[in-house]
Design a protein. Structure first.
Length: 344
């Protein structure tokens, strides 16, 4: 790809500095790898987070935060975003505008690209593929270049919006994982603590397994279900079994993942599930519902009910990760897929 390409990333949120490793890890990993692998010019425009409007650099990449707040009306924010894109385009013409989430960014990006004859694509990131997304009703989806993250994600969006998409999975940087770590934790759970992630079921599964054989469990995450889950752990007398941790820096989460035998992921819905790729790279076996980037192997089993999850977890705890099965979700592959789109 010619070095004079200029890719602008349009996103609702972006890390405020290099230490902010918990803000959309998949996007962080991608943008950093895109710059390192391609060497092309990248600019980031972030609408909501961080809550500042002071220009800064992240990993050497210029970031224009718009610092939206409750004082901003939606129309004012859209105008400000459009003006920022115009300023960037005048200074260094944008060759591809890449929006994330089928929402405000896709909406603004679409109309900016039409007005300025700029290539535009949108990567759906999660529940924006579901029926309740109002932007899917006002945007000309069949005229847009849309990317989904997995077969499951693609099929969900097709069923809800009758629009076909290309699939480009996320990937992880193998250097972030330590597959040789000693497995001192039996089961780990990682994710936002909300109803969709369904950690109440996680606790119920752990409770039943622990009745037969004492186990060591770590649950990492933050969200509006934190206090409810903490009370449930206490009610079931699992304080000495489940170590409930709040949101941790990315490298610490990866350290716990590497030390775990099994990832139990009870989420009802995942568009991709970066945690799955992180587990596979860390040689951690997986039990999950049939969602996200799932492909069943001896290291990854789909389970729907509590009973199934209990039985599968118990079985895997007596086994070891099958070394011949490799993690296919590497960030280098993701970058190469997107570079082909940027270059067409």
């Amino acid at each position: 790809m010619p070095k004079n390409k200029h890719i602008v990333i349009l996103t609702p949120g972006f890390p405020e500095n290099e230490a902010d490793t918990t803000c959309i890890p998949a996007l962080q990993i991608y943008v950093k790898a895109l710059r390192e692998i391609s060497g092309i010019t990248i600019t980031v425009v972030s609408i909501h987070k961080p809550f500042t409007n002071t220009f800064y650099y992240w990993e050497g990449i210029p970031v224009h935060p718009l610092g939206s707040s409750s004082a901003f009306s939606k129309i004012s924010l859209w105008k400000k975003t459009y003006q920022t894109l115009n300023q960037i385009h005048r200074k260094n013409p944008i060759t591809t505008l890449h929006s994330f989430w089928l929402g405000e960014c896709a909406f603004i990006g679409h109309w900016f690209s039409k007005k300025n004859n700029v290539k535009h694509l949108t990567t759906l990131m999660g529940q924006d593929a579901l029926k309740g997304n109002g932007y899917s009703k006002i945007l000309p989806l069949k005229k847009m270049q849309l990317i989904t993250l997995s077969d499951f994600h693609q099929k969900t969006f097709l069923a809800n919006c009758n629009v076909k998409t290309e699939i480009i999975p996320w990937g992880i940087n193998p250097a972030d994982c330590n597959p040789s770590a000693e497995k001192t934790i039996d089961i780990i759970g990682v994710g936002y603590l909300n109803k969709v992630k369904n950690h109440a079921l996680f606790i119920d599964v752990i409770s039943e397994i622990n009745q037969k054989k004492p186990i060591k469990v770590v649950l990492i995450g933050e969200g509006n279900q934190y206090d409810t889950l903490k009370k449930k752990i206490k009610l079931l007398k699992l304080e000495d079994v489940i170590e409930l941790k709040r949101l941790l820096p990315y490298n610490e989460t990866m350290r716990y993942m590497a030390q775990s035998k099994v990832l139990l992921h009870t989420s009802h819905y995942e568009s991709f599930g970066l945690v799955f790729a992180e587990a596979l790279q860390s040689k951690t076996m997986i039990v999950s519902k049939n969602t996200g980037c799932i492909f069943e192997t001896q290291n990854w089993t789909a389970a729907t009910t509590k009973k199934q999850m209990v039985e599968v977890c118990k079985s895997l705890l007596s086994k070891s990760y099958l070394e011949t099965e490799k993690n296919p979700f590497l960030i280098e592959n993701t970058v190469q897929h997107y570079l082909k789109i940027y270059d067409n």
